[in-house]
Design a protein. Structure first.
Length: 251
């Protein structure tokens, strides 16, 4: 590690990654935003899925101020976040064949919808099968992953494929294999992961693009406002009444 405090170096690394995805993923961000806008305009529903820490980025675009009211969390029991005990169970469930199919079969996801699947490595059975099965249902899939894993690791799915191989659009987070940005001679392992920062920024850039694209078409984007500003609850009530048949986190 070079000169500078660990905090400074982490910020430098995160900012560098954000600059890379801003420049190198601009076309994919625009395409993803357009895909979601097309889905909204056609009456489709929006879903986001991530396992483990990847679920943080999925949750970040669901039911939040300034976000699209139509984005729903596709939850898989035991893998949403790290609240399952033991925490290692969540990692194990990501490798279970058939789980994604069972979840999709019992979910409201249907043809014409769009699903954002977030998986840093994209190598486990769950995200691979989630993308495969969703596309078989006629769902458009946006994958958010680090493409580097496909070149430097092996797939844990029987097909030998990765999430990136089963998506309509792929957003590459550029995160290095291992998800740790810093090293120090006195610490035996690399540390300071940046995947959440970068993946969350990527998705918020897509959401911003979606909202602006809808507005350009003369469609008011179904956005939520903060409940902590005057009139926020009334605004949100109107949006949820208008789009209630496409919002599932209230049921």
């Amino acid at each position: 590690m070079s000169d500078g405090t660990p905090a400074d170096l982490f910020f430098d690394a995160a900012i560098g990654l954000l600059q890379r995805v801003r420049e190198e993923e601009a076309a994919s961000i625009a395409a993803a935003g357009t895909l979601l806008a097309d889905t909204v305009a056609a009456g489709g529903r929006l879903f986001a899925f991530g396992a483990g820490h990847s679920s943080l980025a999925a949750q970040d675009v669901v039911y939040r101020a300034g976000g699209l009211a139509l984005m729903n969390l596709l939850a898989v029991p035991g893998v949403v976040g790290v609240d399952v005990t033991p925490a290692t169970l969540g990692s194990a469930l990501e490798r279970v064949d058939g789980l994604a199919g069972a979840v999709l079969d019992t979910s409201p996801v249907r043809a014409g919808d769009a699903l954002v699947i977030i998986s840093l490595s994209g190598r486990n059975a769950l995200p691979v099968e989630m993308a495969q099965n969703a596309r078989a249902l006629g769902v458009r899939v946006i994958g958010v992953t680090s493409v580097a894993y496909a070149a430097q690791t092996t797939s844990r799915h029987a097909s030998g494929t990765f999430l990136k191989d089963h998506c309509d659009i792929v957003l590459d987070s550029k995160i290095a294999v291992g998800d740790a940005e810093l090293t120090l001679d006195t610490i035996p392992a690399p540390f300071a992961p940046a995947s959440t920062v970068v993946t969350t920024a990527l998705l918020q850039a897509v959401m911003a693009t979606t909202a602006a694209t809808l507005a350009d078409r003369g469609i008011e984007p179904p956005l939520l406002r903060s409940g902590n500003v005057d009139g926020g609850h009334e605004w949100n009530g109107r949006v949820m009444r208008e789009y209630g048949d496409r919002i599932f986190y209230r049921r």
